[in-house]
Design a protein around this ligand. Sequence first.
Ligand SMILES: [Zn+2]
Length: 70
Amino acid sequence: MCNNRKLKRIKHNRIKCRKCGDIIESKKVHDFVTCSCQSCFVDGGRYYVRVGAFDMKDVIVLTEYEEDND
Ligand SMILES: [Zn+2]
């Protein structure tokens, strides 16, 4: 069987808050990290990306993926 599905693995699950300038990173599943002004959070580590904020315009998503080229 040929599996052509390209899996995107998360390398760094992180975001930047425009309000306080914090760059926060979730490193593990259920590693729920909030920035210092509490405007936004990131969660999921390298398994899933969950980002939340009062206003998503305050968030810069910096998530990096590794491409699986097998
Ligand atoms: Zn903030």
